[in-house]
Design a protein around this ligand. Structure first.
Ligand SMILES: NC(=O)c1ccc[n+]([C@@H]2O[C@H](COP(=O)([O-])OP(=O)(O)OC[C@H]3O[C@@H](n4cnc5c(N)ncnc54)[C@H](O)[C@@H]3O)[C@@H](O)[C@H]2O)c1
Length: 311
């Protein structure tokens, strides 16, 4: 199958591209490299440096005519969405609408969209399922949710198939530890440098950490199943930050305590998913345990640090 991946030079996108190529799919990557890195893109993928909102994207879809588009390109920084709401909306909402128009014109059969737990806002119950109310509490949450509605409408109006995948907290290799990088990449990065990571609040807040390779596999399943579905992609396992700290410290050989700072406004206390629907619709299950995923993440981060030091 021919698949175009937006955001394919980013953290999750680069693993999706790897999985596609390993499964024998012809893969085109479209990324504006605002965050992503050219070297993260699998050498067998065709790479196009373009913004999803630009005319170059229309041309790319006309030229390559993919069967399916996996859409991951987005601003993912919550703080940036709060500071620059117009930028966030232009990128995530208008950018997606433009991409959908390009898909329609190029006769794309299906779009698989990377959505987020942020669409749910403050959990009303745990594990959060897909019928949980959607009430985002950040502009990022709004800019991830609004495209879901456009995508469903494009399906209804123009017959473009879709699957919406709402990810929990994704972690793993190639995740940035800068800016708002995921808590795991930040913990691991600090620990392998011998620095004490910060925990905001008492550390008892829980999250559902899903390994990036499992997320990539869910996207692969969605090429051929889950049409019309909105599905949670997580592990259903809550882990609190103190447990996470201890596990990460073990893999990093780090023995100092965290630096505790006051809880940040707007931080959700507990969150984890129910992913039963994804199992039924995609035949998908997470396979990589937190221990295994952490071990791979630490090994990757160590390798990266060593190569930086060698330069
Ligand atoms: N990381 C997580 O835990 C998580 C959780 C839920 C949902 N998601 C979603 O998964 C997707 C990928 O996230 P990620 O963590 O890999 O982030 P990332 O920042 O590493 O990847 C996003 C990629 O999109 C590119 N991009 C951004 N705006 C673009 C534009 N206008 N045109 C073209 N390319 C553009 C960036 O250069 C980057 O390579 C996002 O849609 C995000 O909302 C991520």
């Amino acid at each position: 199958m021919k698949v175009l991946v937006t955001g394919g030079a980013g953290f999750i996108g680069s693993s999706v591209v790897e999985a596609l190529i390993e499964a024998g799919h012809e893969t085109v990557v479209l990324d504006n490299l605002s965050v992503g890195r050219r070297e993260y893109v699998h050498p067998q993928a065709i790479f196009l440096e373009a913004d999803i909102g630009s005319a170059a994207t229309a041309l790319a879809l006309e030229t390559h005519r993919p069967d399916t588009v996996i859409h991951l390109a987005a601003n993912i920084q919550v703080q940036k969405s709060l500071q620059y709401p117009m930028f966030d909306a232009a990128n995530n909402i208008n950018g997606t609408i433009h991409l959908l128009e390009c898909c329609r014109n190029a006769g794309v059969r299906k779009i698989v969209y990377a959505s987020s737990a942020a669409v749910y806002g403050e959990p009303q119950y745990l594990g959060i399922d897909e019928i949980h109310r959607t009430r985002p509490i950040s502009f990022y949450g709004i800019s991830k949710f609004t495209p879901e509605m456009y995508i469903r409408c494009y399906s209804e109006l123009y017959g473009i198939e879709h699957t919406i995948l709402r990810y929990s907290n994704v972690y793993g290799i190639r995740q940035s530890a800068e800016g708002e990088g995921g808590v795991i990449s930040v913990f691991v990065d600090r620990m392998i440098r011998g620095e004490r990571p910060v925990i905001y609040g008492d550390g008892l807040q829980t999250r559902d950490f899903v390994y990036v390779e499992d997320v990539a596999r869910a996207n692969l399943h969605a090429l051929t199943s889950g049409d019309g579905e909105t599905l949670n992609i997580g592990t259903g396992r809550p882990t609190n930050l103190l447990e996470l700290y201890e596990l990460a410290a073990g893999f990093c050989g780090f023995d100092k305590p965290p630096v505790f700072k006051p809880a940040r406004a707007g931080d959700i206390a507990h969150s984890f998913f129910n992913f039963r629907r994804a199992r039924e619709a995609l035949g998908w299950n997470p396979r990589v345990s937190l221990e295994e995923g952490l071990s791979r993440t630490v090994e990757y981060a160590r390798g990266k640090l060593t190569s930086q030091v060698a330069l």
